[in-house]
Design a protein around this ligand. Structure first.
Ligand SMILES: [Zn+2]
Length: 135
């Protein structure tokens, strides 16, 4: 008898919830589960083992709270018992004056001193990949 086929799925730009920095872990977990179940159905997964997320540092997600909320909501679904792993994306700013990008949450450009800077990274929240089993 063959074992289940192991799959690693990399959804393209699967944003969990736009760009809402105030979102609570429970609401994130709910959206996350909905997307994970959608992908599972498309990919015919019978079991989800891991959900790997990437989250900008500025979202300030508490990984443990998110994992617990997800574990609770996923009971009775193919994602029950799945691990949720969170990788943090550092903040980065882009200078509108000189175009330079720098890591950090800076108030002015370290190159040209301009205060015309915008956030280039640090508020993302998306599914990086999902691991699971096909029948
Ligand atoms: Zn600059």
């Amino acid at each position: 008898m063959l074992g289940p086929e192991f799959s690693r799925i990399i959804p393209e730009n699967l944003w969990i919830f736009g760009n809402n920095p105030g979102m609570h872990e429970l609401a994130i977990a709910r959206n996350l589960l909905r997307q994970v179940l959608e992908v599972s159905e498309q990919e015919k997964l019978v079991r989800v083992r891991l959900v790997a997320l990437k989250a900008g540092v500025l979202r300030q997600i508490v990984a443990e709270t998110l994992s617990e909320a997800f574990a609770f909501l996923a009971l009775g679904t193919v994602a029950r018992g799945a691990k949720v792993r969170l990788a943090e994306i550092p903040a980065r700013v882009r200078c509108r004056a000189c175009g330079k990008e720098e890591e950090g949450f800076l108030a002015s450009c370290p190159s040209c001193r301009s205060a015309e800077i915008e956030l280039a990274a640090g508020r993302e929240l998306f599914i990086d990949y999902i691991e699971g089993d096909r029948k």
